[in-house]
Design a protein around this ligand. Sequence first.
Ligand code: THG
Length: 388
Amino acid sequence: MSNAPRIAISRRLRKSPFTSRAMAQGAKAFTVYNHMLLATEFESLEYDYWHLCESVQVWDVGVERQVSIKGPDAGKLVQWMTPRSIEGVADDRCVYLPLADENGKLINDPVGIKIAEDHWWLSVADSDVILWAKGLARGAGLNVIVDEPDVWPLAIQGPDAETLMARVFGDAVKDIRFFRYKRLAYKGHSFIVARSGWSKQGGFEVYVDNVEKGQALYDELFEKGDDLNVRPGCPNLIERLESGLLSYGNDMDSRHSVLESGLGAFISLDKDVDSLSHDALRAEAAKGLSRRLVGLVLPKSDAPMPLAEQPFGTELVEAIPQQNDLGHCLGSQCWSPRYKVQIATAVLEEPLASEASCEVLLADGRTVTAAITSVPFDFEQLGLKAQV
Ligand code: THG
């Protein structure tokens, strides 16, 4: 670890109004996401995981950039970009919107926030959606303004998130339904507060569009959450993988279609929507998929050493020999402390993807047989019970 190369933090790796706080609070590792710094670990991946599942955390997810699309043609452009129908979406809604190109390949998988009838925010994962959106708008002569406003989401996640948020914003937060938002006042400023976030432990996201009030909010969440054992946190690899939340660029990327990525449930191929990718995806669905994103579960006996003793990272599986692709089909992986197995995602070619198991090459040179399952992982089907 001490000899690991460092990443030079130059101006290109932008900071949020909360980055210096996260650093002062002990963030141990960062990644780069949308040209910004995103913490990945505080105490340890596993410590952070249990704390997230049991208490409440405040996450600086300012890296979730908002691509704002505003103007008379805003809805037309957003619909063009996504194969999910946005017709009739209510004004207080957040919608998970896979974005795809004309071949059905995944461009990004943002949460779309409908700000007004003629205004959307796409809260994007790690790819330059703004360039794609501007190019489409320009090429088609659409009447929209596409830009990236100064908005930095803060996520409050975990079973005590509602208690903490009610102390700061009042009981109104309790009435916010899943993937809906309200505008709530804090120190005289109105913030968009949604019940959403990149964990399955429940919680909220505040779209911070005012630095001073946002920083005061951040500090107050820690003051008012002291007795709840609030801690700084970040999207947690273990929690999100156990929960089946996919990470664009890790589990799937622009090589994969929306359907191959397993996002078919979030699109509307049965509706005639004016989307760039519709024809390609319909054709792909009719033909049948040639590869699919699956979950891999390693046999129990191949449990790695406890995470705390691993030098760095969680890479145990190195390749899928039957795919002969130098490991490029591999997605994320981690040790699941709840099920006591190593889990991973991979995009496997058919017919292997439909088999019950496949061989995996481990970092220590051994080849073992991993079970193939769905994502989200079907631990029960594999006879695995939570061991806590
Ligand atoms: N919140 C916000 N922006 C984001 C993310 C977020 N941008 C980047 C990344 N995360 C986008 N990807 C996802 C992936 C999954 C979900 C949210 C964003 C998600 N999915 C739920 C699920 O799969 O169960 C619910 C989906 C639904 O029911 O529509 O939450 O987290 N602001």
